[in-house]
Design a protein around this ligand. Structure first.
Ligand SMILES: C[S@@+](CC[C@H](N)C(=O)[O-])C[C@H]1O[C@@H](n2cnc3c(N)ncnc32)[C@H](O)[C@@H]1O
Length: 212
């Protein structure tokens, strides 16, 4: 079963390079236990690499050495994939659900990741206000509600790096008020993986201004 999940080797090698073995170990663990732990749906298994793992890994070049928070890590997407890909970055995975936190902690131990801490909390209840250089999130909520829970965690001048679907432009329009309220600037949508990956990754990136 696991063999069928192996990626197109060239795509995976391009995206993960020397970190491919670590990413592969995580993906195999997720394929084995993800469904029984309620981390991924049964339909996701055949497209674990294309839709989830490579999709997450494409974001790695946008991160800078520093402290990155991943809000709503769930199964570890993109947080654990990025932590494997970027050992030069410190990651704080923020996830409120106990069972998911246990999974994340177990993976951190099994993969021997020394650049990850896991915080069990909702983003708005952490003590991380203004302390992170960048914040990532994937499949947590629309920008209109996601920005108010992620932007306060970022230091002034830091960035939101939020993974989004094809409807990102509409989400930006609906979020205009909170974009102003949280003084986001240099707002852009970056499309990653064109010509490389089966599915492109869209990122809403914005710099966070001084707190409102
Ligand atoms: C649909 S899952 C997506 C998980 C993962 N990011 C992915 O792409 O597979 C959404 C996750 O966000 C978490 N979550 C929801 N609201 C949150 C909040 N306010 N702060 C932190 N995490 C939150 C949920 O517990 C859940 O694990």
């Amino acid at each position: 079963m696991i063999d069928a999940l192996e990626p197109e080797p060239e795509v995976a090698a391009t995206v993960f390079g020397e970190h491919l073995d670590g990413v592969r170990a995580f993906t195999e663990a997720l394929a084995r236990h993800g469904e029984e732990l309620g981390l991924i749906g049964p339909l996701e298994l055949p497209r674990l690499w294309t839709r989830h793992i490579i999709n997450s890994g494409l974001v790695a070049p946008l991160l800078r050495p520093g402290r990155v928070g991943d809000v709503g890590s769930g199964a570890g997407l993109p947080g654990l994939v990025l932590a494997i890909s970027r050992p030069d970055v410190s990651f704080t995975l923020i996830e409120p659900m106990e069972r998911r936190v246990a999974w994340l902690e177990r993976q951190v131990a099994e993969l021997g990741l020394s650049n990850v801490e896991v915080v069990r909390a909702r983003a708005e209840e952490t003590k991380l206000k203004g302390r992170l250089d960048q914040v990532t999130a994937r499949a947590v909520s629309a920008l209109r509600t996601l920005i108010p829970i992620t932007a306060p965690l970022v230091r002034p001048g830091g960035e939101l790096v939020l993974m989004k679907g094809a409807g990102v432009d509409g989400e930006i329009t609906a979020a205009e008020k909170v974009i102003r309220k949280f003084r986001l600037y240099d707002v852009e949508v970056i499309v990653l993986g064109e010509g490389v990956a089966t599915e492109v990754t869209r990122v809403f990136r914005a710099t966070v201004g001084t707190s409102a």
